[in-house]
Each structure stands twice: as structure tokens, then as C-alpha cells.
Design a protein around this ligand. Structure first.
Ligand code: ATP
Length: 682
């Protein structure tokens, strides 16, 4: 943060206030620790559940009040016109609410309505604010200065920008930081957007999508805590390295109860087989949903015999044509399992009607007994067999004739061929399922027995990579909740990506969601983003060129070497990068990164490998990143080795390169021996 032009006396008094607030937070923490947790006597399920919930709430409240050593308690101040807010002309704004024990607030939560002008007030619309003050802190959260922006005098443009720039360029040392002190107005709009409808944010690299998504979660938990507590909030990210990178943002904002997981972790079936990219693409395609419906319902037969039910000497016959009518009426009008139950009940009901016609007055218990009787069960089992999802999918993937019949016009012959197993498992129980199969099975599970899907809010980061079938599965878990969808179509690297955002929202079953765009790039300096954007006409021609909010001197350097000298040039570039402050990454194709890491270590540099452990990015200042794990990450300086090899590694290699080139906050060194992709040649 810039050293602010402030008088030492005032700075001292601000420091004293910070000390007071810290002492107050410590008291709040101590109060919660000693507070008794209510315990209800008894051991039945309800009581145990309530006791556990109370215990959990207490633990979370305690955790939320821990004073994190490197997170300042407040970052801003607003001086209001007298009388604007009850009893307070000045508020300190921080990550959480701190009070003095007598009900007087010392620090106001950034999410409270009175804090909004900190982010939104302008000279043209100052919202009764007289002065906006921003504080600077050292890495150990020591108050080092402040900068004032009087809102009444002449407009001193750019003070906020100086702060923003300093905050972005503050050297990175570990996981992602929150941006609560410098949220920009266009970001604030999205952070504070209501829970419904869902929103979808398309944004170029570094426009703050992830940051906005996380702050939005914190905001929604503040405004809708009760509603969201019931269903829960889940953040779905592309891989463990990314989740490790963002894991500290919400706790720093006082929110410790949000699950952050990969999509595979949300679905519990272990993946034991691997699909080719083309097979995975077809399995992920939204057209598969119609194929699954047809496949499932094709297991239904037509009754050729009716039911003969005997009670004592009496016989009751439901004719085959009656059974056929019942099956036809039920087919497609209910879930599969519910239809099976309903068939048994309707057949029993037909028997009951006959009993009544013969003068009996049977009740519900009789109907249930008939529904469970052998003749009814025999018909139901043969016509509407009990099924599990695996049985249906096993048949689709192993029986070419069956697949052709249920594929209808939805899949081409080549697509059907891509789906079929080369060596089908003998039975469904011994089949090995791939990651893409998990979503087909999930959809079949739901077609068989519809699930509730009660998540309160779902955040999907890097959503451009999700397939239609993945999105449908996610949407099913959040039927009544809402979603925040974050992504960039230019960064779609998966062969199964679902496509345009309105389609993504449709697959999620949130077609009323609003698509908004962020286009000010905060992370990447202008020179680098312009360079990377030369790939856009090939990878995402519909997108405009993003803008960078900063330029950095010597941001981009391209080094050409012979193939034999590549490793040495990479080591050299990493050494140069390490001479500056902040984090450094070497990014290379997955099949090259290991060898380059060995070269770095051989040259005496400490370099961990992202993907090896959750804390790889904190363990060493220089890390090696396989290109496929770079998404969503950022580093002060990035060295990219051999871009052509990154491009050649996969079908959407140019998109992957675009991701890789846009990871740098300050500097990008490109080291290559093979020619650069044509669009990047200088
Ligand atoms: N308002 C802001 N104030 C300070 N830093 C910001 C702001 N907005 C974004 N940043 C910073 O810019 C960087 C990029 O943000 P983020 O990772 O959220 O972008 P993204 O749009 O998700 O990028 P990508 O598409 O590459 O994943 C982060 O370091 C973030 O902290």
C-alpha cells in the first residue's frame, strides 16, 4: 500500500482505535467461548440432531471470531453528513462486525447497507458521504497509513485507482486474498445482486470473476443466512489445486461453513475407466438426456396376460387389455419407480372395484395387500421391471442394436460407435464407469427416482468447461436454490464444454438467469492481455478484446533459443524472476513440466510442483505448474516454456495457451525453441 500523506498524530489515533477494536473482538471471542451450548436431554434422533446443530453453530461462531493475524480488522472509513445514520457520523468498515460489549458498533461489516457508499459513492453522487478514507497495512496487518478522499471539494480523480493498483500489485505469497477493500462498482453490483434470479458472469481473465463469486457468497450468507443455512452453499471449482488456492478467502471474510469442492467430489461414484475425448464429448452432450429417457422407458413391456387374484373361493380377473390401458396411462406420466408402485396400486384398485361390485366393502389395507400379492407382483415385475441406473447404462454402452434404437435421430452413427464399449463388461455389476458415466448414471437415478435437490446456492467457477450433463446434474441438486455461474468461453478447454451461456443456464435449469459481462482486467497488465488476445479470433471470435486497467514496464519478454538450450533459458528466466518480489511460476506442457522441474532443482532452485499437495503454492516461491492445472491461478511473474508444445497437447490447445498466458500479474517471460503459434508471432 502507498505510504499515505498523513499527520503522525492522526495516524496514532487511528492505530489506537485499531487496538481498541482488536481488544473488543478478543472480548467477543472470549464471551462465545464461555457461553454454554444449550443441550436438550434425551437420545432420540431429533434431539441428537438439535444438539449437534447447536454444537456446530457454536464452533462456527467461535471460528468466525478468531482474529486472523494477517487480516486487518478494518480497511476503510466513511464520514457521513451529521444525522445520516442514527447516532453515528463516522463508521469504520471491516470484514466483520465488532462491537464494544455495550451494543456500540466499532467496526461495521462491509456487507451492511451503510457500508455500500464506500464502494459506490462518487463525487457526482456522494450519497451524503463527506469523506472516504482508505487504510494501508503491512503484511502483518500493522496500520501503516491512510489516504483521504474528500467527497465535497473538487474531484481528485484517481485516488481509488492508486489504491487499487497498489493492492493488485502487492506481491503474492500464498493463497488468493480477498478484495474487500477495493471491490469496484461493477463488481459490487454483482456481489450484492439478490439471491434470485441466478446470475452468470462472463469475464476475460483476471476481471475478478472468482473474487466476485466468493464475495457474493459472503454477502448472501449475510443477507440470507437462515434461508441458505437450510440448504447450504457449495462452491464447485475445476480441481484441488484451484480450491486450495481460493480456500482462505471466505474464512478471511468470517465465513467458515461453505463447502468448496470439485465436481467429481460432489458425485460419489468412483471413476474406474477413462474415456477418449470424443467419447467423453458425446457422453457429456445434452442430447444424451433424451437417449437416457428412451432407454429407460424401453424396459417397459406390454402386458400379455392380466392378473388372476384369488381370495378364498373367489377369483378376480384383471384382463390383459385392462392392464395394458393402465400401463399406457402411467407410461411417462410419473418417475419410473413411482410408476412401478402406481401400477401395482392401480391393478389392485381394479381388483377392489370388482370386490365392491360383488357386495364387499374392502378398505385401503385390502388394496395394499392385493398390490403386494404374488399375481400383481409377477405382472409388475415382468412389465415394469425393477431397475437400477447401472443396468440401463450398461445396456446402452454394450448393445449396439439397443443403442441404435434408443438413439433415435439424436446421435449419428459415429457418435453411437464412440459410445459403445470396445470390451463390454459381462454384467452391469462388473462394469467399470468413467467420470462422464457418473453424470449419465446420476440422470438415470433421477429418472428412476426423482431427488429433492435442496441446495440453497451453488457457485460454479470455470463453468465454461462443464458439460451439459454435468450442468444438468448440478441443477438437480439445486432445484429451488439459485446459482452464480462464472466463466470465460475463451478459456473453455474441455472437449465436452456445453457452449454459450444461455445454453449453460438452460442445462442448469436456471433459464431465467441473467448473463452479465465483466471486461476490465485487473490481474493482467495491458501489454500481456493484448498479446494473449491475438488468439481470440481463433478461439472465441464473438468476444471483444478485454482491457487491462494497468500497464507494467517490461511486462512481456519473448526469448527464442535452440532446442538444446531451452532448459538453460528457462532456468535463467526463473532466476531473473526470483530476483524480484512475489510469486513465480513456470508453466509448461504436462509432459514437459517434470523434466523442467528437475532442471530447476538441478540448478539449485527450490521449485515445488502444483498438483503434488494442497500447499504446493505456499511451500516454495517458485512453483512448476502443468498447463492443465494453471486455470484460475495467478502469479506475480510467469515463465511459459515452449507454447507450441502446450498447443499441440490437446484439441483445444490454443484455448489452453490463452489460459496459460493470462496468469501473470506483473511479468510474463515466454521461452521457446519451436515457432510460436502464428497469431503470436511478433
Ligand atoms: N477489485 C479488485 N481489487 C483488487 N484486486 C482485484 C480486484 N478485482 C480483481 N482483483 C484481483 O485480480 C486477480 C484476478 O481475479 P480473479 O482470479 O477473481 O479473476 P478471474 O476473472 O476469475 O480470472 P480467470 O478467468 O483467469 O480465472 C486476483 O488477484 C484478484 O484479487
Amino acid at each position: 500500500m502507498p505510504e499515505a500523506p498523513t499527520g503522525p498524530v492522526e495516524l496514532d489515533s487511528e492505530r489506537a482505535f485499531l487496538g481498541e477494536a482488536q481488544a473488543a473482538l478478543a472480548r467477543m471471542y472470549a464471551d462465545v467461548l464461555v457461553r454454554d451450548i444449550p443441550v436438550i436431554g434425551g437420545e432420540d434422533n431429533d434431539e441428537r440432531f438439535t444438539n449437534e446443530a447447536n454444537q456446530r453453530a457454536h464452533e462456527q461462531r467461535t471460528l468466525a471470531l478468531v482474529d486472523l493475524p494477517d487480516v486487518p480488522l478494518f480497511f476503510g472509513r466513511l464520514d457521513y453528513e451529521h444525522g445520516t445514520i442514527d447516532g453515528m457520523d463516522r463508521i469504520y468498515i471491516g470484514r466483520r462486525h465488532v462491537h464494544d460489549g455495550r451494543g456500540e458498533p466499532l467496526v461495521i461489516d462491509w456487507r451492511a447497507p451503510v457500508s455500500v457508499p464506500f464502494y459506490r459513492a462518487t463525487h457526482a453522487d456522494r450519497q451524503r458521504v463527506l469523506l472516504r478514507r482508505r487504510y494501508g497495512f503491512s503484511d502483518s496487518a500493522e496500520l501503516t497509513g491512510f489516504e483521504d478522499e474528500p467527497m465535497t471539494g473538487p474531484d481528485s480523480h484517481g485516488q481509488g485507482d492508486t489504491f487499487l493498483r497498489a493492492e493488485i500489485e502487492r506481491p503474492r505469497t500464498g493463497p488468493m486474498r480477498d478484495i474487500v477493500a477495493t471491490i469496484q462498482p461493477e463488481q459490487d453490483d454483482l456481489v450484492r445482486a439478490p439471491l434470485h434470479p441466478s446470475i452468470c458472469i462472463q469475464g476475460a481473465p483476471g476481471t475478478g470473476k472468482t473474487a466476485v463469486g466468493l464475495h457474493r457468497v459472503a454477502y448472501l450468507l449475510y443477507t440470507e443466512r437462515e434461508r441458505l443455512r437450510r440448504g447450504g452453499v457449495v462452491i464447485v471449482g475445476p480441481n484441488r489445486s484451484f480450491l486450495a488456492y481460493i480456500r482462505k478467502v471466505l474464512p478471511a471474510l468470517g465465513e467458515v461453513d461453505v463447502r468448496q469442492i470439485t465436481i467429481e467430489e460432489l458425485f460419489t461414484r468412483p471413476a474406474e475407466a477413462i474415456d477418449s475425448p470424443e467419447t467423453a464429448r458425446v457422453k457429456g452432450d445434452g442430447r444424451m438426456s433424451a437417449v437416457l429417457v428412451r432407454a429407460l422407458w424401453s424396459f417397459l413391456g406390454t402386458p400379455t396376460e392380466g392378473v388372476l387374484y384369488s381370495k378364498g373361493a373367489q377369483r378376480f380377473r384383471v384382463h390383459d387389455y385392462q392392464a395394458q390401458e393402465i400401463v399406457a396411462a402411467l407410461r411417462g406420466s410419473t418417475g419410473y419407480a413411482a410408476g412401478r408402485k402406481a401400477l401395482a396400486q392401480r391393478l389392485a384398485h381394479a381388483v377392489l372395484v370388482m370386490m365392491e361390485q360383488r357386495g364387499e366393502s374392502p378398505d385401503d389395507r385390502v388394496q395394499n395387500a392385493v398390490a403386494r400379492s404374488k399375481p400383481v407382483k409377477t405382472l409388475v415385475d415382468s412389465v415394469w421391471p425393477k431397475l437400477v441406473a447401472e443396468q440401463v447404462l450398461h445396456r446402452i454402452l454394450s448393445d449396439a442394436e439397443f443403442l441404435a434404437q434408443v438413439a433415435g435421430d439424436d446421435l449419428t452413427a459415429a457418435e453411437q460407435a464412440a459410445l459403445l464399449w470396445a470390451k463390454p463388461a459381462r454384467g452391469w455389476k462388473s462394469a467399470k464407469w468413467s467420470p462422464a458415466d457418473a453424470f449419465l448414471l446420476d440422470e438415470l437415478d433421477d429418472l428412476i427416482e426423482r431427488r429433492a435437490g435442496s441446495l440453497g446456492h451453488l457457485v460454479l467457477d470455470e463453468a465454461q468447461d462443464l458439460s451439459a450433463m454435468q450442468l444438468r446434474a448440478l441443477g438437480r441438486r439445486c432445484r429451488t436454490g439459485s446459482a452464480t455461474v462464472l466463466g470465460d468461453v475463451a478459456q473453455a478447454t474441455s472437449p465436452w464444454a456445453a457452449g454459450a451461456w444461455d445454453r449453460v443456464l438452460g442445462h442448469l435449469d436456471k433459464a431465467d438467469g441473467q448473463v452479465v459481462e465483466l471486461n476490465r482486467g485487473f490481474r493482467v497488465p495491458e501489454q500481456i492481455i493484448k498479446f494473449a488476445a491475438r488468439l481470440l479470433p481463433q478461439i472465441a471470435p464473438a468476444l471483444g478484446v478485454p482491457t487491462g486497467v494497468r500497464t507494467v514496464a517490461d511486462a512481456l519478454a519473448v526469448v527464442r533459443t535452440d532446442a538444446d538450450d531451452l532448459a538453460a533459458a528457462v532456468v535463467e528466466a526463473c532466476r531473473t524472476a526470483l530476483a524480484r518480489e512475489g510469486s513465480v511460476a513456470l508453466i509448461a506442457a504436462d509432459d514437459q513440466i517434470g523434466a523442467l522441474q528437475a532442471e530447476l532443482v538441478g540448478a539449485g532452485l527450490q521449485a515445488g510442483l502444483v498438483g503434488d499437495s494442497d500447499d504446493a503454492m505456499e511451500a516454495t516461491r517458485l512453483v512448476c505448474v502443468p498447463a492443465t492445472l494453471a486455470k484460475g491461478l495467478e502469479f506475480d511473474t510467469v515463465v511459459v516454456a515452449e507454447p507450441a508444445r502446450i498447443v499441440a497437447a490437446e484439441a483445444r490447445g490454443l484455448q489452453r495457451l490463452y489460459v496459460v498466458l493470462t496468469r501473470a500479474v506483473s511479468r510474463l517471460y515466454l521461452v521457446h525453441s519451436a515457432p510460436l503459434p502464428e497469431a503470436l508471432q511478433l
